[in-house]
Design a protein around this ligand. Structure first.
Ligand code: SF4
Ligand code: SF4
Length: 198
């Protein structure tokens, strides 16, 4: 960017630059509007117009590095891998992980979380819990974003069952299964709202 003293008299007026910006905006607006009208009439299909993703009906695939909702990983027998060591809760800067440890009936397993909850309204999705865990028991590789609506605070608290359920769904349905499930629930909710149901 040019310093003020390097600008010409015309540039210092700002008006020509404002007009130049408006021209670019109007050009793209006119081009897209024309192309969308032509496409709806079955013409100029080979020329692409710019468009927005119509979320949630359409979506872009999140990248592999996306830090999404949490899940508790599972052992081979389907039991929770977490040993209730409290390291994630200690590392959490938002203080939103609540664990209740219990004695496991199997003497080879020292402890397990009787209760494991994440308050997603407080969570800042920093990933410190994942980093702190010594057993790879908590991950954020679910490729879904956190819940964004609810009727009460408790709707945003994710218990152990939900966190383990995500691992089951991913194991059965693959990488995009949780997103597919989320989009279906949006559509079902929309349908219920249209029918005047709660
Ligand atoms: S992502 Fe960060 S804020 Fe959220 S539970 Fe983990 S440590 Fe806490
Ligand atoms: S998720 Fe990991 S760090 Fe957190 S309590 Fe369980 S084993 Fe410990």
């Amino acid at each position: 960017m040019k310093r003020k003293e390097e600008m010409t008299w015309l540039e210092r007026m700002y008006l020509p630059e404002v007009l130049r910006g408006l021209t670019v905006t109007l050009f793209h607006f006119g081009r897209n509007l024309t192309l969308h009208i032509l496409h709806s009439l079955g013409m100029a299909r080979d020329t692409k117009a710019a468009y927005s993703t119509q979320y949630p009906e359409e979506r872009k695939r999140y990248p592999d590095t996306y830090r999404g909702s949490h899940r508790l990983t599972l052992k081979e027998d389907g039991a929770v891998r977490c040993t209730a060591c409290f390291l994630c809760a200690t590392a959490c800067p938002a203080n939103c992980i609540h664990i209740e440890a219990g004695e496991h009936p199997d003497p080879n397993v020292e402890k397990y979380p009787v209760r494991y909850e994440i308050d997603t309204l407080r969570c800042i999705y920093c990933g410190m819990c994942v980093e702190a865990c010594p057993c790879d028991a908590i991950r954020m590789d679910t490729y879904v974003h956190p819940r964004i609506w609810g009727f009460s605070r408790t709707d945003f608290i994710e218990p152990k069952e939900i966190l383990m359920g995500r691992s089951h769904t991913l194991a059965d349905g693959g990488r995009d299964s949780l997103m597919v499930q989320m989009l279906e629930s949006y559509k079902a909710g929309e349908k219920r709202a249209m029918l005047g149901d709660k």
